[in-house]
Design a protein. Sequence first.
Length: 358
Amino acid sequence: MSFLSLERVAKTYPDGTRAVNGVDLAVEKGELVVLLGPSGCGKTTTLRMIAGLELATGGTIRLAGDDVTGLRPSRRDVGMVFQFYALYPHLTVRDNIAFPLRAAGLAAADVRARVDAVAARMDLERLLPLYPKQLAGGDQQKVSLARAIVRRPAVYLMDEPLGTLDADQRLAMRELIRAEQLASGVTTIYVTHDQEEAMSLADRIVVMDGGRIRQVGTPAEVYDRPADLFVASFVGSPGMNFIPGEVAGAGGRALFVSEAGHVRVEVPLDGTARVSSGHATLGIRCEHVHADTGGSIRGRVLTEEYLGSARNVHIEAGCGRIVMRADAAAPYARGSEVRLNLDPSQISLFDGATEARL
């Protein structure tokens, strides 16, 4: 049995709004699982139901083998970290961190020892006598994290904890969260809409949309082998390029032809995969589109984005708009003509009706 499991978990509000619609998820002990998706997809509601801050209106939540679906938050062994630090303004940093230990009735000596230990590990010792209003945003979030960690709960639940921090602070906090989670081995559920956070932190990513799970997989699986068109478009910056057309499969390969015939490519099939003839969408990441003077796809440069280490070149081709990842040292003039090739080993094909990966 998984350490944390959600079985057909749902949340419908009194006004009829269904925020989460039958979610099934199994999390193993010690995993860091990221719930990723756009605003309103149900990821925060799912986290709050695990915490007990929202009660599920359907399904079952089990933690360490126990059914906790209807339990109050105080009876679930979880530590919460919120986007907005939720620190007590009238308490010092030391007392904020110590609060859950004192609430649990630990002896004063044990409380001091535990707070000192976590403060040393997170470089908070100099801040212990200060009050939250005296701290920068990054330090306030570190204190919020320390307060969750000091309890040594069964599960850490983190809801967009880096959303209010600047880029440098986010990077430092990501490193701290992952290092602490690996050192402690505490199972962690982390909510974000930031793909970079998800990719850098997660053992597995759960992509959600419309209150449902669209895909569960490692960062590489979600990026390289998206389960459907939504995942392919949402994950990645930019998302996959899409070309509509027709596909026919035979002999371990699939022949894809775009609607206007500008793209014609053979795609190797995985293992025992079988593809029937019909409408399909070809998907390919921008880094697998290559400029080639002998390329079969003709296009014209619309614009480009300089990213420092690379450029995203936006091209209008006969099969539609395509983004190509190019070397930063090789600018492309607006209006210039280019010819492109697609790496057939990196192509994804999606069913034209169901939008699922073929």
